[in-house]
Every structure is written in C-alpha cells, then in structure tokens.
Write a protein that binds this ligand. Sequence first.
Ligand SMILES: Nc1ncnc2c1ncn2[C@@H]1O[C@H](COP(=O)(O)OP(=O)(O)OP(=O)(O)O)[C@@H](O)[C@H]1O
Ligand SMILES: [Mg+2]
Length: 380
Amino acid sequence: MTSALADARARERIQTDLGATLVVEAAAGTGKTTELVARIVALVRTGRTTLDRILSVTFTDLAAGEMKLRLRSELEEARAAATVEERDRLTAALERLEAAPIGTIHSFCADLLRERPVEARVDPVFEVAAGEEQDRLFDQAFDGWFQRVIASPLEGVRRLLRRKVRPGDTPPRELLRQAGRDLSEHRDFSGPWRREPFDREAGLEQQIARLAELGELAQRAQRPDDWAAQSIAGIARWVAELRRRESVRPRDGDGLEAELHELCRRRLWNWRGGGKWFARDLEKASVLAQRDAIKAELQAFLDRADADLAACLREELRPLSDAYEELKRGAGCLDFLDLLGRGISSATTPRSGRSSRNGSPMCWWTSSRTPIRCRPRSFS
Ligand SMILES: Nc1ncnc2c1ncn2[C@@H]1O[C@H](COP(=O)(O)OP(=O)(O)OP(=O)(O)O)[C@@H](O)[C@H]1O
Ligand SMILES: [Mg+2]
C-alpha cells in the first residue's frame, strides 16, 4: 500500500482500528481480500483473538480457498518481523489454519443447522439440494402444478396462456415456470402483491373507441399508399375485424387483451412516410401526434393490465411453491435459500448461544464501489 492511494486512510483503518465494527465496500480487484487478510493477521498478531474465533464467509468455494492460501502466506510473512510473543501467536494460528472457520456462507449455515437440527426444525441428515438437484425438484413440482391448473385454469393463467407467441418470445408455459421459480427464490417475502382496482372491461372499451377514432382518419388519406396512411388503414382494419367478430359473438375479454398486446407490438406504429399533408386541411404531423398519443394510452392500459395479471398470478402460483417445499421435505433436502434463512435465524436465536459475539468486531465486505470505502457500523 502506498500513501498515494486515494483510499489509503480507509485501508489503514481496516488494519489498525481493530476494535471497531466496519462495513467495507469496494469494487472488484481493489484489494478487499488483501485488506481482510491483513486485518485477520493483525487481530491474531496483537493477541486480540485467535484464528478459530474469526468467522470468514465468502460466496464461492474458490474465494474461500484463495483466502486460506493468502492467509497462510501472510501469517508466515508476519512472523518474520514479529516479537517473540507475537511469533508464538502467529505460529499457533498457522498450525490451526486448516480448521479455521473460513468457508462459504452456505457451508457455514449448513454447519450451524447440522449442529442444531432440532432448534432449526430440519431433518438432522438433510442433504443440500444445489444446482441440478434443485432444478430437478422444482421442475417436478412445476410439471405437477401445471397439469393441475391446465385442467381448469384460474384467471391469471387463463389470461397469460392467450398471449400470442412470436418467434424468439418466451412461451407462456416457460414464463410461468420462470415466475414460479423467481417467487420460490423470494419466498421469504411471502405477502400478497397489491392488486389495485382495475376495470378491465371499461379499459378495453375505451381503447377500442380510441383506436376506432384514429382508424376513421384512414378514409380521408389523400395518398393511400403513403406509409402514414397505410399505418392508419392497418389500425382501421384491425378495428373493423374486431367489430365483425363481435357482431356475431360476445366480447372475449382475455382474447382482446392478448390481441391488443399483439397490436401494440406491430411495426405500423412507426410508419411515417413523406410529405406535409395527410388529407386536405389535415397535416400529417397532427395525425402522427394523435397516433403516438393513442399508442401511449394503449401501452399504459396494457401495463396496468400486466400489473393486475402479475398480482393475480402471484396468488395462483402459491401452490407451486408449496409443492416444491413438500418435495424438498420428502427428499430430506434444503436448498440454498433454506440454508441461508434457517441457518441465519438459528445463529441469531438466543438459545443457540451464537447470538453473542462477545463484543468482537465484525467486518462485512461487499463489492460495489471503487475505491475502498469503510465506515463504522453498529449491530444491535
Ligand atoms: N494497496 C495495494 N497496493 C497495490 N496492490 C494491491 C494493493 N492491495 C491489493 N493489491 C493487489 O491487487 C490485486 C487484487 O487484490 P485483491 O485480490 O485483494 O482484490 P479483491 O478486491 O479481493 O479482488 P476480487 O474482487 O477479485 O475478490 C492483487 O494482486 C493484490 O496484490
Ligand atoms: Mg477478493
């Protein structure tokens, strides 16, 4: 470290202010691991604590392995310039390095749960369902759920399945699977989503009226082959087709919602053509401005419909999360979120005996900004 570094003071504080609890933020490659290792070496060298009492958690096995290697070489290096007393402490740390609690957050939580399965209410011989096993259990839950709902879909699924799929779009079934997966990954936020009052029927009626109003301009176009005229004519044809269908059978609200989505994505909204006049006494700029405003209204309506649909689907997908939980329970598995949620709550329950940190400082390291920033933090 040189004093020329903009974050030199933060770095120095990390290595010397050993009684403080610090939050350290820094971007990738700025020296977080270097500073963390230096702080651990300083804690051990000065006799503030011993290595077995310092918990170091990382997100990946790779980072944990790297940390152990770097700690070994820094502990060895520190011995060279140490007093006799310090040297003994550093030597003891080196001897116990392999047993030091340095690992991933998930393995730490799994260790806690294995230590106290009864308090944490987990199967004492639980397995960790990571990666492919987690995917397999979730897909099994999803397939069962989908077969059940498809037999008589509720409102949200029904609306989503009507959506027209273009090449390159995610098909509705896959959208449902992804949504179910996301919700399951956030199952610790289990509250219902707010479903604002939304009068879909009135909204649909209003959008059709606005589109019809725009479409009426088509017959006034002085050059029907002009792109702007063709754009308006396309909208007029869409309205005429809808009216023809609705003259022989009642309105299909779900189908119409899906069709409006499709209409809104069509290229015709961007066609402009050339020339100043759209019709006699009607400037093209005014027609295009009207078209843009109607497109914006339509998009806003569809966004509200989507928000309504999302809140609706959130409830319909709950049984999927339940089915996934049930499958995991049956298989004696915990996934990463279980490990984190249950492990952390077991670590902080008073009975666990781990809630007290005996006044020892904690460091939290996250990667976000550059350069290194550190600030004190108190944990209650
Ligand atoms: N103060 C410093 N002066 C010069 N080089 C440094 C300093 N601190 C760290 N380095 C060097 O910068 C490189 C990255 O350091 P380090 O691995 O500690 O960063 P990191 O923030 O942990 O990176 P990552 O985001 O990849 O985990 C290493 O080669 C390290 O030796
Ligand atoms: Mg690092």
